[in-house]
Design a protein around this ligand. Structure first.
Ligand code: MN
Length: 200
């Protein structure tokens, strides 16, 4: 299953150069993981990833998640990533797909909360396929209930979703200034990772 689902991911990358995981390892464990990475690529953005089965479903979120329910954050789907990508922090060389520096800004587990109209729990993967999923994030920074909602399908143009914080529950932080943010993994900033792992 993971083999097919990672075909787009692998097709875009030269793993001998990029330093990113190929995704031949790690099976899904019981707790569902999420990660928010900051990616200083051609355009600075946040990458929001939720473990669904044996892959990380992924969205590029230009401004990152907000802690304010009034902020609707654009989230553009990207290819499924391997579970090991949760750990990835480093420098993808210029000229490679996604070239630029990546840090793990936050990560943790999430609880699926998706329900159907009658309030019955809905399979999380299915809710995403239908274009609306709700979940509670338990990160070290981002906490609370969020929803991902597709508002434009990919038939003409780019598929687009919104990532929005639910009104209830006040804890947790929103996305910081990406250049000042520190990795949840290593405590480093983008500039420090670039200097230490960049090689050139
Ligand atoms: Mn990215």
């Amino acid at each position: 299953m993971g083999e097919d689902r990672l075909r787009d991911y692998r097709g875009k990358r030269d793993f001998g150069r990029s330093g990113e995981p190929r995704g031949d390892g790690a099976g899904a464990d019981a707790a569902r993981r999420f990660v928010v990475q900051i990616h200083d690529a051609r355009r600075m953005h946040f990458d929001f990833r939720l473990q669904v089965g044996d892959v990380l479903k992924s969205w590029s979120v230009p401004k990152g998640p907000s802690a304010d329910p009034r902020d609707k954050r654009l989230a553009v789907p990207t290819e499924d990533h391997p579970l090991e990508y949760e750990e990835f922090e480093g420098v993808i060389p210029r000229g490679e797909y996604g070239g630029g520096t990546v840090i793990v800004w936050d990560r943790g587990t999430y609880e699926p909360l998706s329900h159907d109209r009658r309030g019955r729990p809905l399979d999380f993967a299915e809710s995403l396929e239908r274009g609306h999923a709700t979940f509670r994030l338990h990160g070290s920074k981002v906490r609370g209930e969020y929803a991902l909602t597709r508002f434009r399908d990919g038939d003409d143009g780019e598929e687009a979703w919104l990532l929005v914080r639910a009104a209830k529950g006040g804890a947790g932080r929103g996305a910081p200034d990406p250049r000042r943010a520190r990795s949840a993994r290593s405590g480093r900033t983008l500039a420090q990772v670039a200097a230490e792992d960049g090689g050139t």
